[in-house]
Design a protein around this ligand. Structure first.
Ligand SMILES: [Zn+2]
Length: 113
């Protein structure tokens, strides 16, 4: 990975973290417990609960991704960043752009699963 590629990747991670932060704020707002006396009909309440369940799931995933991206950002200056932990080959900029949190190359990821 060249210095330019690394700089671009860093920018990308920072932007994604910002976007995630906003998304997490919105989701936290949406996943607040529904007050039992907020005047919703029974059906609407069930719908609201179903939606809340989905939002909780998305929120969990967003928080997990946030942790991974933050880790990636803290590792980016490390010489092993972008190097596969299994085969120690370069992971490849294409994959790092899509998933900057990757620690394994495509081949090793496929072998692991
Ligand atoms: Zn590998």
């Amino acid at each position: 990975m060249t210095t330019e590629e690394k700089a671009l990747l860093k920018q990308k991670i920072e932007m994604e973290i910002q976007a995630l932060q906003k998304q997490i704020e919105t989701l936290k707002e949406k996943t607040k417990p529904i007050s039992p006396d907020c005047g919703l009909g029974r059906l609407t309440r069930l719908e609201a609960m179903g939606e809340s369940h989905v939002n909780h799931k998305v929120l969990d995933e967003s928080l997990l991704r946030m942790t991974r991206l933050t880790n990636a950002l803290s590792r980016i200056e490390h010489p092993m960043f972008g190097i596969c932990i299994e085969c120690e080959e370069e992971i490849g900029i294409g994959r790092m752009e899509v998933r900057p949190e990757s620690v394994r190359c495509v081949a090793c990821t496929n072998n692991a699963t």
